[in-house]
Design a protein around this ligand. Structure first.
Ligand code: HEC
Ligand code: HEC
Length: 221
């Protein structure tokens, strides 16, 4: 017991020293995101320390690696949510980046040099190069010949979202489309998609309202 207390206070002290305001050590996804920001923003940490911590966190924490490239956020997060590279395989990103002049009906072309830098970033951090839980699951759901351009068309994604009714998505003025991850997943930009963090605009938390509805539907059968 003494040992546990000591460990807990050491963690508190360490996090306090690092200037982290909220410590939620029990929530996997949350911590994962925090760990990344924390070490990324700490100039005092060597690359090796960063890598070690990152790897440790990666082994323990489910979710997707958060975006850690400001240029990516700027260029690919201006029209929509900056989709984490770990949400699609490298082959999908390669295909998407060669068709930016007709990107889902929009012109999202970039100067060659910028495009190449972002392509490198996407390829290096793609789902097939990540051991984060969601990346692994997305990869497992895909046939090696498949290279979807949409996260929202991967089999894993479709399976996870098949209980959402149109009134919550397409007909919900505050959502509109399943491509808008951040509309429902309150921690999406930290790479965290835990069920407990889902808040559907106009409907509320998924766990309570939606599950209750499902239960009542079940009872009616
Ligand atoms: C000029 C605006 C614009 C820019 C800039 C842009 N996109 Fe998009 N992107 C779109 C539109 C529009 C869609 C389709 C959204 C929809 O169907 O709701 C889209 C969809 C996507 C999707 C599929 C989302 C899904 O449904 O899973 C991905 C992935 C994506 N973009 C990646 C990128 C990347 C990577 C970049 C940077 C190189 C980028 N986008 C830059 C407009 C843009
Ligand atoms: C309309 C709201 C909504 C939008 C938009 C949405 N999701 Fe979800 N998401 C949900 C719900 C509801 C679930 C189901 C949670 C459950 O019951 O397990 C879910 C589940 C998930 C899960 C699995 C979580 C788990 O605990 O098993 C992932 C990963 C995920 N979403 C990622 C995304 C990504 C990436 C996007 C954008 C491309 C997105 N979602 C867009 C509502 C949404």
């Amino acid at each position: 017991m003494k040992h546990i207390l000591l460990t807990a206070s050491t963690i508190m002290l360490t996090t306090a020293m690092l200037g982290i305001s909220s410590v939620a050590l029990s929530d996997d996804d949350n911590n994962r995101g925090q760990a990344d920001h924390r070490y990324n923003d700490q100039p005092g940490y060597s690359d090796r320390q960063y890598d070690q911590t990152y790897r440790r966190a990666q082994q323990k924490r489910p979710g997707v690696a958060p975006v850690n490239n400001p240029q990516y956020v700027e260029e690919c997060g201006s029209c929509h949510f900056a989709y984490q590279p770990g949400l699609l395989p490298a082959r999908s990103w390669a295909k998407l980046m060669t068709g930016l002049d007709d990107h889902f009906g929009e012109n999202a072309e970039l100067p060659t040099e910028d495009g190449n830098l972002l392509l490198d970033y996407l390829l290096n951090n793609a789902a097939d190069h990540s051991n984060f839980k969601r990346s692994v699951k997305i990869m497992k759901s895909l046939h090696p010949s498949e290279a979807p351009l949409r996260v929202s068309q991967t089999p894993y994604f479709l399976k996870k979202h098949d209980e959402l009714t149109p009134n919550r998505v397409q007909d919900n003025p505050k959502v509109g489309s399943l491509s808008r991850c951040e509309a429902c997943h309150t921690e999406a930009n930290r790479g965290s998609f835990s069920e407990s963090e889902i808040l559907i605009p106009n409907f509320g938390p998924w766990e309570e309202s939606e599950k209750e509805e499902k239960r009542s539907k079940y009872r009616q059968r």
